[in-house]
Design a protein around this ligand. Structure first.
Ligand SMILES: Nc1ncnc2c1ncn2[C@@H]1O[C@H](COP(=O)(O)OP(=O)(O)OP(=O)(O)O)[C@@H](O)[C@H]1O
Ligand SMILES: [Mg+2]
Length: 419
């Protein structure tokens, strides 16, 4: 590469050629947490600068642009902010409690691809950064004999066709703990011990609605949730349409605290353990999609599009490519305001724009981009694959067709969820 090249070397972020970290193991979570946000996007070049590159530099630059378009940063949205604030408040306040009282948990609900996992993981990772910094500040030198694996946050994904045992195994898998041959009560005990041993403050159970609540062992599942909530951690449950899933079937909504309350189990013994008589409380918060009705909603969508546009590296993109003219309405129509679908449409559109040499996005080009979400990590049966506007219903599943629950809509300061 020549000295006067506009490219500051091949600036692909370190780690780009490694497989992406899996967050459901301690090592993977730590790698993700410490490397998130470190991706260096491709520098901005004008068309003239790009033309002046050698063929090799051009192909490297185009590769870097593609990497930039498939690694678009998370943006704060009014919907994600509402969720982040509540989850952060619960995790942080519970972590600072010194009494061994039951901690209120949080449930994050929403339809598929709306950013639940990313939003919750980001909040939890930021909490962990701050928690570790505080520890280092208070105990800058490690003390002999203390725990060697400090895991303030544990993240587990509920397995497809999950049952209580496999859910416990997924949590223990995060810590690399042995789970073979254990009975359910032993597994639950081991989960409690692991969380305690590793100083875990928040346990995230993602895709919890994979636990189907229409089987004979429903009660086991609810008792399992109660057991997790007794473990001195903030339990963060994330799932699609939690209200419609049956997970709250035995719960009641407390208008005063705006929390859901799970009464104590009816059974004297639960999973072989003594049942406690304490009710379990948690906040339920919905991560909504973008909407396009009020001026505030329209402005929020425009802001998001402007943020997206600022991260694109197309050589003939005019200013306001995504925010001008009818483009916002078009993008809303194509994606139904679902943040993940929008990201996918823009990502695929940019690739087409580079491949075709068009180097800009417009309706005509995006019309040819077919959205499909054949993602093996998402369980369509559990509603994790959203309905794609314009596609036939058989390709994507929106399992329970019922009106959106509006109990948690923000009706202004008086109606705020949480404390
Ligand atoms: N705030 C955001 N800004 C930009 N992109 C986002 C944002 N939130 C989510 N995304 C993108 O949307 C996609 C879907 O997000 P995520 O996997 O968190 O959705 P989900 O609600 O957990 O979906 P599922 O129910 O299928 O598990 C991801 O590729 C993510 O990068
Ligand atoms: Mg998810």
């Amino acid at each position: 590469m020549s000295d006067d090249s506009p490219l500051p070397g091949l600036d692909l972020a370190a780690g780009l050629l490694e497989p992406p970290p899996r967050r459901d193991t301690y090592a993977g979570w730590q790698r993700w947490r410490t490397s998130r946000g470190q991706f260096a996007p491709a520098p901005r070049l004008t068309l003239a600068q790009w033309r002046a590159l050698s063929p090799r530099e051009r192909s490297l630059y185009d590769l870097h642009r593609t990497a930039t378009h498939v690694n678009l940063p998370l943006q704060e949205t009014p919907m994600s902010l509402k969720v982040s604030r509540l989850v952060n408040r619960r995790i942080r306040n519970n972590a600072l409690k010194t009494r061994p009282s039951t901690r209120a948990g949080v449930m994050v609900t929403g339809w598929g691809y709306q950013g639940k996992t990313e939003t919750v993981c980001e909040v939890a990772a930021a909490f962990e950064d701050a928690w570790l910094a505080m520890h280092h500040h208070l105990h800058p030198h490690p003390v002999g004999g203390t725990r060697d694996l400090h895991a303030p946050v544990a993240y587990a994904q509920t397995p497809v066709t999950a049952k209580p045992k496999s859910t416990c195994q997924a949590i223990l898998g995060f810590f690399g703990a042995e789970t073979k041959w254990l009975t359910l009560p032993q597994l639950i005990r081991q989960v409690a011990d692991s969380l305690d041993d590793h100083g875990t403050k928040a346990l995230i159970l993602d895709d919890i609605t994979r636990l189907r609540m229409h089987r004979a062992d429903d009660q086991d599942t609810l008792d399992l949730i109660r057991a997790f909530m007794s473990m001195n951690v903030t339990l963060v449950l994330v799932g699609v349409d939690i209200l419609g899933s049956g997970l709250l079937r035995q719960g009641r909504f407390d208008e005063h605290t705006r929390q859901w309350v799970l009464p104590p189990s009816q059974h004297a013994r639960v999973h072989g353990l003594e049942a406690t008589q304490t009710e379990r409380r948690f906040d339920l918060v919905e991560l909504d999609r973008f909407r396009y009705t009020t001026p505030g909603q329209i402005a929020a969508f425009h802001d998001h599009l402007a943020g997206l546009e600022a991260n694109l590296r197309l050589l003939k993109a005019p200013p306001g490519m995504l925010t001008g003219g009818r483009m916002p309405e078009y993008l809303m129509r194509r994606t139904d305001g679902v943040v993940g679908l929008l990201e996918r449409l823009i990502e695929d559109g940019c690739q087409e724009a580079i491949d075709s040499g068009k180097e800009t996005l417009d309706e005509h080009l995006l019309d040819d981009v077919v959205l499909s979400l054949d993602d093996p990590d998402r369980d369509a049966q559990a509603g994790e694959v959203p309905a794609i506007p314009g596609s036939t219903p058989s390709r994507t599943a929106q399992p329970r067709t019922r009106r959106r629950n509006t109990v948690f809509d923000d009706h202004g300061p008086k109606g705020r969820t949480g404390s």
